[in-house]
Design a protein around this ligand. Sequence first.
Ligand SMILES: *Cc1c(COP(=O)(O)O)cnc(C)c1O
Length: 396
Amino acid sequence: MSNILKKEAFILPEGVIYLDGNSLGPMPKAVAARVQTMLTDEWGEMLIRGWNGAGWMDQPARVGDQVARIIGAPEGSVVMGDTLSLKVFQALAAAIKLMPERRVILSDTGNFPSDLYMAEGLVGLLEQGYELRTVAPEDVAARVDETVAVVMLTQVDYRTGRMHDMKTMTEVAHAKGAVMLWDLAHSAGAHEVDLIGSNCEFAIGCTYKYLNGGPGAPAFIYVRPDLAETIEPALSGWLGHRQPFAFDLNYKAGSGIDRMRVGTPPVIQLTALEVAMELWADVDMAELRAASVALQEQFIAEVERDVPALTLASPRDSAVRGSQVSFRFHEGYAAMQAVIDRGVIGDFRAPDIMRFGFTPMYLDAADITAAVKIIADVMNNDLWDQDKYKVRSKVT
Ligand SMILES: *Cc1c(COP(=O)(O)O)cnc(C)c1O
């Protein structure tokens, strides 16, 4: 697995064991110098000439191809831009237009709230009798019927790590004539994804989690190639136009996935992401997944052996778990703050979830053992039971 562990390629502060790469990946070392060069040599020296001369305008497609490789999508089927919440809206708006006689958007209660909020916003805007229906994750398959226009799911539950089977669920949706939209926020860079094999129509995801693109890194969108020339973009911005620089007064969708571009790309962020994505060029996703599962199994075994206060909240079966492990504890917030204070960084999700992410590119077995030792010390000696750990910050 020589091409998986690349600890030396990341900035990892001394004394920190980072189990939160599922929320914000660490900075690859090569990013700072490359962004600096982009700023001084490109923006600084080339000024507006950088759009052509430094390849800024093609960057959303170029980086899209880097992402495509690790999610089982063909070249030219993924483009970068905006944030994931915007991509939910964009993909969903295009998806419902494919099934104009149906009115139900089906999702589950394990979805990330922003995805549901964006769907609510779209439903409210349309005022055409659309309904967002959310059911328990285990009930989704049974609740797909001929009224459902789109099944919109996040593959891996952000709290528990429970994972939907993409291929099976997509088949269920298609069997009832519904369109399938997958959110890969906790999948891209976490485990193998086979978009072409799944046959789903749309997929979206973010790049600041497992892909280490940095805070605010742009999202990606995939449209199945046979649909990319016909879907109708609701966010019809000029860079999705067939000829942006013709400055036509009317919108004409661009060719293929380009039509999912909206406005000016975030070049500084994309530059950081492009460098971060280079670390994935030689990664075999099956090997990465195997390494992730090994770390997770070790973590669960050691926590259950040494920390009786914590109850596993994630599926025990690694086949249906993403790349994170969560435990429940009634004072989970304070406990996580105390653990972070001692250098083990995970995070907390209300109401009682202590969440730990596993990223074999910069974590090894020794890190897991060291982390569990600290967690055990905090939990078994009630070190979390102090006022300073109970004051909630804005970001948990
Ligand atoms: C992280 C995450 C988001 C965040 O959306 P942004 O617009 O990038 O803030 C949305 N949906 C899911 C499923 C996520 O995991």
